[in-house]
Design a protein around this ligand. Structure first.
Ligand SMILES: [Zn+2]
Length: 121
């Protein structure tokens, strides 16, 4: 992390359970480790965009401000000052869906930084 000039660190994660079913788990969330304005705004817009194509309410994403000490994103933000977030799909959902979601999440971020041009379906 120190070697590169990182403008955003994204940790792609999976959780064994939905956050809404057990708040000890993070399934279907974007976790940020600080109440930082920039991260709040960014993660909220990412969640909003991801949720547009989620039709089952229980599978929708939400933003969590929850410092997870020792996590990659936590260390990036609190030790190095790098904006960071963790994207968590839930393993209770089908693997093919989770893969699509993780890819979609990255594509949305890359699009925001003009690093990816989406091909319209
Ligand atoms: Zn996780």
């Amino acid at each position: 992390m120190k070697t590169y000039d990182i403008s955003l660190l994204v940790d792609l994660h999976e959780s064994i359970e939905f956050y809404r079913k057990n708040p000890k788990n993070y399934g279907q969330t974007v976790v940020i480790d600080s109440n930082d304005d920039y991260l709040l705004e960014l993660s909220s817009s990412l969640v909003e965009e991801m949720n547009q194509e989620i039709f089952e309410d229980g599978n929708k994403y939400q933003v969590l401000v929850d410092p997870v000490k020792g996590s990659t994103a936590y260390c990036a933000y609190h030790q190095l000052g790098i904006p960071a977030l963790t994207f968590e799909t839930c393993r209770k959902l089908p693997l093919s869906f989770r893969i699509e979601e993780q890819i979609k999440f990255v594509k949305i971020i890359l699009s925001k930084w003009d690093m990816f041009v989406a091909v319209q379906k």
